[in-house]
Design a protein. Sequence first.
Length: 617
Amino acid sequence: MAQLIADRRDIDFVLYEQFDAEALCRHANFSDFNRKTFNMIIDEARQLAIKEILPTLAEGDRDGLVFEDGQVRVPECFHRSYKLFVDGEWNALTAEPELGGQGLPCLVAQAVSDYQLGANYAFSLFGFSGVGAGEMIEIFGTEEQKNLFLKKMYTGQWSGTMVLTEPEAGSDVGALVTSARKLPDGTYSITGNKIFITCGEHDLTENIIHPVLARIEGAPAGTRGISLFIVPKKWVNADGSLGEPNDVVCTGIEEKMGIHASPTCSLSFGGKGQCRGLLLGEENRGMKVMFHMMNAARLLVGAIGFTSASAAYLYALNYARERKQGRDLEKTFEADAPQVPIIRHPDVRRMLMWMKAHVDGMRSFIYYGALLLDRIKCSETPEDQAYHQGLLDLLTPVLKAYCTDRGFEVCSEAVQVYGGYGYTREYPVEQLMRDVRIAAIYEGTNGIQAMDLLGRKLGMEKGQVFMNFMGEVSRVIQSARAFEGLSELADKTEQALNRLGETALHLGQTAMSENFRTAFAHATPFQEVMGDVIMAWMLLWRASVAAGSLEKLLAGLDEDARRKKIDTHKGAAFYHGQIQTATYFINSLLPVTQGKMDAIMAADPSVVTMPEAAFGS
Ligand SMILES: Cc1cc2nc3c(=O)[nH]c(=O)nc-3n(C[C@H](O)[C@H](O)[C@H](O)COP(=O)(O)OP(=O)(O)OC[C@H]3O[C@@H](n4cnc5c(N)ncnc54)[C@H](O)[C@@H]3O)c2cc1C
């Protein structure tokens, strides 16, 4: 079976033609890199992913985890791959080199992620958890904490977690009851039970650093009284050596629908009264610190939705080219006509086109998010930095929710393309669909993302950030108008964008009126239509870049020769495909989005006026 993860041609197109990754090298932060080094890194990442990480996907799913005496054993195959991953210094690509990273732009690291997450994201989470927790220490930690923890977490020698959830505190983090008490030596005694902690216990690294949310005794209720503590599985001595085991016990792991190789652990802190932690940041300001990791994790989880979709699409495409069933539509009634590959059937092509449009659109959206991170880092002025940070803050909930919802749907459509075989364990799309389902739930459910978008993000700076977003989309619409063949698509995208603006205004105003419940009942549909308009934006952007390049390839050819070149020349076919994909999305899917926006504007209150008893008995 072909080993498929991501389309390299498309990665290069987005990196270099849509987003001009080379331009980043002009900035002092990235001046050590050039296109050649970027390509070398991506090539090597691809090799590692295909040869070493991808084989662990099915094996890890089959073998699963072993929980015994409070310890978790990961699938045997993970040990070799993790060693190669750490030895190859793949863990913290964007961190500063002196801290154990590579200093790579986030945009290029995203291309690496396409392969690593796409190969087996359950495996990649071990590395990410250390980097994500490490970044909080880098930004909010004391010098001593940075010296003790950072390098080992960034290099992957130690892993990390993020420890928020408790039985009564899921989406409602402020309800947590884990407590902390200051000890005479300045450390804190931590007591409580946490659940659902990814990579909470395992035998892949010699230490695990848990960032734990807890309430210092006497602190205010809710999120205003939460602090964050660094709680190592094994205590770290002042000289950096490992000390006694801390009083952190894994009491069980979950049996899940998917990601069977990712330990989802219940952890007991301080069962013997001996769990010690170090305060990270200030007392009662723990949510501010944790939000740093949560925002990064939301971008990561969005990328998980997308990379799962990318792999599923490529498998489905490959299968559709090979599987022969039925006759060509024009020979339906000729019993002796040969069977054709299913990609010839219009309905299968419809599925593939739907998947491709979303996979392409999501890749551009995810890479755009990464580019914003680079722009924030490279900003010359505080205004410039605030502008890009605002855009990222606005787009983060949409990126997380849209890419995980659509990611799952693309995987489901891939199963459909395979027919009955797709539902069996013989083919990889079944696992991709199971594994990706959690992405819409963790890191803040997609419903919570929609509330964040409506309740906090739309109104940022009195709506100016949303206006900036609209301005960015408008710029692409204007440049698409330069191409005759794209002007109608540009007009339709503009209509959808303007309607999105009206819908946002209307919904935002309703959210502040007595009908606020109705507004929040439409928050998820709004998040979805905003994602759709972003897809149209990204696909139109791709189409305008492709239109310019295609014109150069076809210059001077007559109609017949142009058609022939598109059929036979790989580059011409790729660019033509970009224009076709944008045309399909904007002509066939965007009108549905317009209808959804009409429904949101109509603000039907049935969802909230329905008596609870009427939902059923
Ligand atoms: C495999 C896995 C890995 C995980 N990893 C981690 C981890 O590493 N660290 C960690 O801390 N947690 C982790 N979690 C926990 C995860 O983040 C929570 O499951 C998630 O936040 C939802 O909380 P809950 O399950 O309690 O659902 P609930 O909060 O009970 O939500 C149930 C439903 O109600 C909705 N809902 C709840 N409150 C509201 C509201 N105010 N408004 C509107 N809708 C609402 C939700 O959207 C959801 O649809 C993990 C969970 C799983 C399954």
